[in-house]
Design a protein around this ligand. Structure first.
Ligand code: CP
Ligand code: NVA
Length: 302
């Protein structure tokens, strides 16, 4: 059987995504009953991290262990991917030892190259371009809180970054409306036109109130991502009208939920009271990283 990677949401079909959410829900239930299956027994996974991580690293390592497998945390200090030797060579060697590779790095092209040269599944744990594992967890969380993601309006506020693009990709496969509320300088790029040309319901809106009006989910992320923290000040000036505060949130649907991939910078992209309000599901999202990624691991390598 040909190996399959997960580099973007669009690597899965609509039907495959639906099955993935069912599997994640089932694995979550079994885990909570103390009966997590162990289809990864005897298998080893390399977790390559070139950026910091709380949620992604720990949920992957714990998830692999709960599924019976073994994980190795690999930083720049160990293999210095692409510098000590080429990605082409490293991918072929790693594939001789490992049953799967999880990678968080800067360049999406590097991850594509690693996937091309690896004969085992490669999972994108965040690049500057996308963060697909996060949105899989978020959609599972939306199913739990709103019954289903189908037909929902998801408003993403702030920087047109890897999270914004992951939501755009989700709209290319799923029946959801995705509104990106941002300014022209932080537009998420040409993926918007690609999605729209495929018929996806994706809009970029420059008026924060119009972006949030009637939304079922109001989502935000940091204004300066890892690797670009030096731009925090200028982003704050550009994006301050898109801060997720109570004043803006009241324009959403009455039962709307608040989401943030975390880590959050309270007082910048989101206020403390919105983070802590009853409609905030940010910690459920964080927990679901574990369950959703276990479903991804089982689907690709189980
Ligand atoms: N949301 C998320 O990916 O968090 P970490 O950067 O802590 O992994
Ligand atoms: N956009 C953020 C997401 C962190 C999970 C970053 O890349 O830093």
């Amino acid at each position: 059987m040909e190996k399959k990677d997960f580099l973007q949401i669009t690597d899965f079909s609509t039907d495959e995504l639906s099955k993935l959410f069912d599997l994640a829900a089932e694995i979550k239930k079994l885990t909570k009953e103390g009966q997590c299956p162990t289809p990864l027994a005897g298998k080893s996974f390399g977790c390559i991290f070139h950026k910091p991580s709380l949620r992604t690293r720990i949920s992957f390592e714990v998830g692999i262990s709960q599924l019976g497998g073994q994980s190795l945390y690999i930083t720049k200090n160990e293999i210095d991917l692409g510098a000590r030797e080429t990605i082409e060579d490293a991918g072929r060697v790693l594939s001789r030892f490992l049953d799967g590779i999880v990678i968080r790095t800067f360049s999406h092209e590097d991850v594509e190259k690693l996937a091309e040269w690896s004969s085992v599944p490669v999972i994108n744990a965040l690049t500057d371009f996308t963060h697909p594992c996060q949105v899989i967890s978020d959609l599972l969380t939306i199913n739990e809180h709103l019954g289903s993601y189908e037909g929902k309006i998801i408003t993403y506020l702030g920087d047109g970054n890897n999270m914004a693009r992951s939501w755009i990709n989700a709209a290319r496969r799923l029946p959801i409306e995705v509104r990106i509320g941002t300014v022209a300088e932080t537009h998420p790029g040409k993926l918007v036109e690609i999605a729209q040309s495929e018929g996806a319901n994706v809009k970029v809106i420059h008026d924060p109130v119009a972006a949030v009006e009637g939304a079922d989910v109001v989502y935000t992320d940091v204004w300066a991502s890892m690797g670009e923290k030096d731009q925090a000040k200028s982003r704050e000036e550009k994006l301050k009208a898109f801060q997720l505060n109570m004043e803006l949130f009241k324009h959403a649907a009455s039962e709307a939920i608040v989401m943030h991939c975390l880590p959050a910078e309270r007082g910048r992209e989101i206020t403390h009271d919105v983070m802590e309000c009853e409609q905030s599901v940010v910690f459920d999202q964080a927990e679901n990283r574990l369950h959703a990624q276990k479903a991804i691991l089982v689907t690709l390598a189980g």
